[in-house]
Structure formats: C-alpha cells, structure tokens
Design a protein around this ligand. Structure first.
Ligand code: ATP
Length: 343
C-alpha cells in the first residue's frame, strides 16, 4: 500500500479573476522526490507556497500524515525550504548559516555543532566552515542553502527553482548531488522547476501543470513514453503534434503515410498524433519533404523537414553523410512510439 506523506486535496486558488490552481489533487508518497513542472504562470510556485503555508488556498485541504495542516502557520510546519534567491545571511559564516534553524529551535550548542559538522561533510565543504557566505562561489552557496534547510531534519523539503541561477555544467553536477542528498536523508521532497531535463533527472514522480490544472502525474519514464495530453507531449521532449486519420485498414495515417499502427477508431476518423523527433527516421531516395534546417547537436543530428504545410522535427544519428538543408527526404514513423489523441 502507498504510504502517503502529504495529501494535497482538491486545492484551488484564485487571485481575483485569475484561477491560479484548479482542484489540484496529489498524494505525495513518503520519501518521494516530486517535481512540479510546467511553463511560466502554470501555478507551480503558488502550489509550493500553499504547501509551505505562505499562501492560503481558496478551497481544498492539505493533509500531512492524515492531519489537516491547511491553516497551520508556516514556522510550525517544520518544513525545510530553498528558493532561487537562497536567502542566506551574507554576514554569517557557513557554519552559522547551517546552524541558524537549530539555534531558533533552541538546540543545545553541542547538538548544533554535531549537526553542522555532519552536514558540512555531506556537502563536502568541511574546510570552509568559518568562511563568510559572501566569499563563496554560486555552487558552494547552493550547497550551504541545501544544508541549512536539511539541518532541522525537515518533515518536508521544498525547493523552488533552486538551481536556475547556476551555469549549465554546475547545474548538472548539483542535480546529481541534490538527488544523492535527498536519497541519503530519505526526506520527502517537492521541487518546482520549468526545466524538463531537470525534472526528468530528479523526480520519482513528475506532476505536469498547465494553467493551474494537473495534466499528468507519473514517473518520468511514463510521462515521456505515454503523455496523457497533447500539452504534455508537446511540453516534454521534442515532439511533433500532427493531424492524423484512420486508414481503411484501421491503421493510423500521418501525412498520407500508413504508419501501420492499429487504432480502435473507425476508418476515416480524424485524430491527432504526437511523434517524438527521435521516433522519425529520414529516408534518402524518397521525396516526402525538403530539409529546411540541419544542425549537429553533438550526440545526435537534428533536422526540420517541410512537408504539406508542416515543419517536422527529426533527430537521429546522421551517419557518414547526414542530410543537409535543401535535400529531398522521406520520413519513416516508428509506430511503437506514437501517441494518439482525439483531434
Ligand atoms: P513562474 O515559473 O513564472 O514562476 P509559476 O508556474 O510558478 O510561474 P505562479 O507564480 O504560481 O506560476 O502563478 C500562477 C498564476 O497566478 C499566474 O497567472 C500569476 O500571474 C498569478 N498570481 C500569482 N501570484 C499572484 C498574486 N499574488 N496576485 C495575483 N496573481 C497572482
């Protein structure tokens, strides 16, 4: 049976006429790493602030281990938080920053010292305990902020875009580190991000939001392979959303081509197909469309192919002589990797 730590029960939030969240219902399992993912303005920060207690829901409840905490003051919830701004105390040392929450909670000096030492070891910064935070690099500050939040042994760990100010390389390292820390502490974690790569990399469970409505809640693999809505298909990964029809054989036709994928709808029905860029292969010698753009992404090549008023994104190994702009090419769809939606 699933051990629910936090139940977000049909939470809605409106600001005047803006409906920021509509009936969001989520059960966060104990020890899970959940990522709230969606475009700017989808309501993810609002949801995190409601969980933290900084914002009150218009309706719905928040249950922690079955107890209603909807109206509980933020400081009484005992949650650890890291925001993009980090909000470290610049005039304090690394150790003082980490001990801050423990001091507020009137932990003994010995307990503070032990916990700080333990966390400094975990974040691999024991040698800079006495340095002021203002003299640290971005990545080091990030680690101190995470250690400070974890020092109080939080019941829930909440993070809002904590890595977005870091450069790509450091961000990648910090993602791995954050995931390791979360697993070693076993703390139930909710992280907000608009970066799908980050969410796919970190999450046990992804919650994709659009305009305040949960589109899908599932593992990253499931969200990637079986997107629940056209929005999810489009938002995660590089997908093509294309009009499709059911052929007389009961298979899916895309751009006048039979993909061979059997569908249950009646022949002649109009549908919508989501096809990932890497589920399409370019064929030389055929003339479905014209390459309008080609670029080398390193591990793979990417092409845009113009055909029948559509621009299709294709990714794959280019081989010895990859297709170039202006080439006439055919497209082959991998039937196993097509998701079909009602039109
Ligand atoms: P971003 O990634 O840009 O931070 P988000 O997904 O976190 O976006 P929210 O900040 O949760 O989105 O905002 C959701 C919606 O609620 C937006 O339309 C926003 O303009 C609106 N909103 C948020 N806070 C307030 C507020 N205090 N007053 C009025 N409207 C607000």
């Amino acid at each position: 049976m699933r051990d629910t730590h936090l139940h977000i029960e049909r939470i809605s939030k409106s600001y005047g006429t803006v409906q920021a969240l509509s009936e969001v219902d989520l059960q966060v399992a104990r020890g899970a790493f959940v990522c709230l993912l969606g475009p700017s303005g989808c309501g993810k920060t609002t949801l995190l602030r409601i969980i933290a207690g900084f914002e009150q829901a218009s309706s719905g409840r928040l249950l922690q281990d079955g107890s209603d905490i909807t109206a509980m003051a933020p400081h009484r919830r005992g949650f650890g938080m890291v925001f993009q701004s980090l909000a470290l105390f610049p005039h304090m040392s690394v150790a003082e920053n980490i001990a801050y929450g423990l001091k507020l909670r009137k932990a003994s000096r010995a307990e503070q010292a032990d916990r700080v030492e333990e966390l400094l070891t975990v974040i691999e910064l024991p040698h800079i305990a006495d340095r002021p935070v203002s003299a640290l690099s971005g990545g080091q500050r990030q680690r101190v902020a995470i250690a400070r939040a974890l020092a109080i042994r939080p019941k829930l760990f909440l993070l809002d875009e904590p890595l977005s100010a870091l450069d790509a390389k450091l961000r990648d390292n910090m993602q791995i580190e954050l995931r390791r820390l979360q697993q070693s502490f076993g703390v139930t974690t909710v992280l907000v991000t608009h970066d799908q790569t980050e969410a796919l990399m970190l999450a046990d469970e992804l919650v994709v939001l659009n305009q305040g409505v949960v589109q899908q809640t599932a593992s990253p693999t499931e969200v990637y392979r079986n997107p629940a809505t056209p929005f999810v298909a489009d938002f995660i990964g590089a997908a093509n959303l294309l009009p499709a029809t059911v052929t007389s054989l009961g298979t899916l036709g895309i751009l006048g081509q039979d993909t061979g994928l059997a569908v249950s709808q009646a022949p002649g029905s109009t549908l919508q197909a989501a096809v990932r860029a890497e589920a399409i292969t370019l064929e030389r010698g055929a003339e479905t469309g014209t390459v309008s753009f080609a670029r080398d992404l390193g591990p793979v090549m990417e092409w845009l192919v113009e055909t029948q008023g559509h621009e299709i994104r294709v990714r794959g190994a280019g081989g010895a002589a990859p297709a170039q702009t202006g080439d006439r090419v055919g497209l082959r769809f991998d039937a196993e990797r097509i998701t079909v939606f009602a039109a």
